[in-house]
Ligand binder design. Structure first.
Ligand code: ASP
Length: 407
C-alpha cells in the first residue's frame, strides 16, 4: 500500500531530480502565425448581452489594470444577483424537485489555473466558488454538498436561491404534468376536472419553439389550460406568459465572459443555473473545463451557452482553442466546433433542430467572434453576442445553419 508519506517523499525525489535539469523545453505545437500575434491595443470583452452596467464597469476595471478574471466575474456576479435572470444565480429556474442547482467554472490565463463547481445549492455566487476552488484548493472541481460546505467555510452565506417567481413557474411545470401524477388540485375539489384524456393532450411531446401551423391547435389547447393553472397558482398577470413559455419551452441560458487586456492576459468564466427542470445532480457543460469554458494564455479564450450535453460531447471550448492554435480564425474555429455537433447527429435535421449553441471567442490578439448553430432566435431576429473593445456593441453571430432552433 502506498501511504501519503511514501507518495510525498517520492514526489519530492522526482521534483528534486527535475531540479537538477534546466527548465524542460517541451514546446507545444502552435502555428507560427499564432505565436507571432501581438496583444491588442485595447482590452476586449466578449459575452452575451446583459442589459445592465456590468460590462461597462468590467471594461473600466481592465483599463485600470484589474485582473482579467476579476473583470469576468464582475459581469457574472451581476447576473447572479439579478432575480429576473432565470438562467443564472438567484432566481435561476430549479431542477425537477424545485431546488436550484448552480454550475460554474473559470480559467485564469496568466497562471494557467482553473476551478469549477457543479450542482451547488444555497449559494448565490457559483462563479466565486469556482474561483475559490481554483485559488484555495489543490482540486479543480467540487460538486454538491461538498461544494456548499466549502463555500460556507470560505465565508459565503447560505440562502435559498429559489425566488417566489421561479417557484411558481416550477409548480406550473410540475402540476401541468398532473394527469400522470398527484400534483395539482384533485378531481374532488370544487373546480376539479376529470383528467384530460391523453389523446387530445400530448403532455410529453415537445412543441417546437418556432412551430408550424400544424401545431396551432395543440399550442392553443395547452396554453389555455396552462393559463388557467397559472391564475390558480397566483402567478401575477404580467408573468403568466413567461411562465407558460417556460413550461412549453424550458429556458436555457447561461453567462460566459472572456476578457483580454493590453498585456495579452486572458481569462474566461461561465456561470448558470443550467437546464430548467433538469434531473437533480445533472451537470451541463458550464462547470466542465474544456466545454463551457476554456482559456489558454498562448491562444485565447472561448465559452458557450446552449445545449450543454452537446457541448460536452465535442469539448467545445477546448476544440475552439485548439483549432485557433493550429491557425484558424475565431470564426472558423467556432464553426468547426459547431460542425462537430452536427456530425454527432449524422446531419439529421429532425434532431439537430432541437439543439442550440452559441460560442463566445476571443483570440490573444483581440480578434473575436460569436458563433451560433442557428442564424436566428425563435422570434426571427439574428442571434447576437456582445463585445466591448473600447465601445460596447452587439453583433450578429456567424452561424452554421440558416434558420432557428425549435427547442
Ligand atoms: N449550457 C447550459 C447548460 O446546459 C444551459 C444554457 O446555456 O442554455 O446547463
Amino acid at each position: 500500500m502506498t501511504t501519503r508519506r511514501d507518495f510525498l517523499s517520492r514526489s519530492a525525489m522526482t521534483v528534486a531530480g527535475l531540479g537538477t535539469m534546466a527548465s524542460a523545453q517541451v514546446p507545444v505545437q502552435t502555428a507560427e502565425s499564432v505565436k507571432q500575434l501581438q496583444p491588442p491595443k485595447k482590452p476586449v470583452i466578449v459575452t452575451r448581452h446583459t442589459g445592465d452596467n456590468s460590462i461597462e464597469e468590467a471594461y473600466k476595471m481592465l483599463l485600470d489594470g484589474t485582473d482579467t478574471l476579476e473583470a469576468c466575474h464582475h459581469i457574472c456576479v451581476a447576473r447572479e444577483n439579478d432575480a429576473n435572470d432565470h438562467s443564472v444565480g438567484y432566481g435561476g429556474l430549479p431542477n425537477e424537485d424545485g431546488v436550484v442547482e448552480l454550475d460554474a467554472c473559470c480559467m485564469h490565463g496568466p497562471t494557467r489555473a482553473a476551478g469549477s463547481v457543479g450542482a451547488i445549492q444555497n449559494i448565490r455566487h457559483a462563479c466565486l466558488v469556482s474561483r475559490l476552488v481554483m485559488e484555495r484548493t489543490g482540486h479543480v472541481m467540487l460538486v454538491g454538498e461538498g461544494a456548499e460546505h466549502f463555500a460556507v467555510a470560505h465565508g459565503l452565506k447560505r440562502e435559498d436561491m429559489l425566488t417566489d417567481e421561479a417557484r411558481r413557474m416550477w409548480l406550473l411545470w410540475k402540476e401541468s404534468r398532473s394527469s400522470q401524477n398527484f400534483w395539482g388540485p384533485p378531481m374532488s375539489s370544487p373546480d376539479g376536472k376529470a383528467p384530460n384524456p391523453a389523446p387530445t393532450l400530448k403532455p410529453q411531446s415537445a412543441i417546437p419553439r418556432h412551430p408550424g401551423p400544424e401545431w396551432a391547435d395543440e399550442i392553443r389547447t395547452r396554453s389555455q389550460q396552462l393559463m388557467g393553472m397559472a391564475i390558480d397558482l397566483g402567478i401575477p398577470e404580467d408573468k403568466r406568459s413567461l411562465a407558460i413559455e417556460q413550461v412549453l419551452w424550458p429556458t436555457t441560458g447561461t453567462i460566459h465572459v472572456s476578457a483580454l487586456n493590453t498585456k495579452g492576459e486572458i481569462s474566461g468564466a461561465t456561470t448558470t443555473s443550467g437546464q430548467a427542470w433538469k434531473i437533480p445532480g445533472r451537470l451541463g457543460d458550464s462547470p466542465i473545463i474544456g466545454a463551457g469554458c476554456y482559456t489558454d494564455q498562448d491562444v485565447g479564450s472561448a465559452g458557450a451557452t446552449g445545449s450543454g450535453e452537446e457541448n460536452i460531447k465535442v469539448a467545445g471550448g477546448h476544440t475552439i482553442i485548439d483549432c485557433m492554435r493550429q491557425g484558424m480564425s475565431p470564426r472558423e474555429a467556432g464553426l468547426e466546433a459547431l460542425r462537430r455537433i452536427v456530425r454527432n447527429y449524422n446531419g439529421d435535421m429532425n434532431k439537430i433542430r432541437y439543439l442550440d449553441m452559441i460560442y463566445y471567442i476571443v483570440r490573444k490578439d483581440g480578434a473575436y467572434a460569436g458563433c451560433s448553430l442557428w442564424s436566428t432566435t425563435a422570434g426571427g431576429t439574428p442571434k447576437v453576442f456582445t463585445v466591448h473593445d473600447g465601445e460596447q456593441h452587439v453583433e450578429n453571430c456567424a452561424f452554421l445553419l440558416d434558420g432557428t432552433t425549435t427547442n
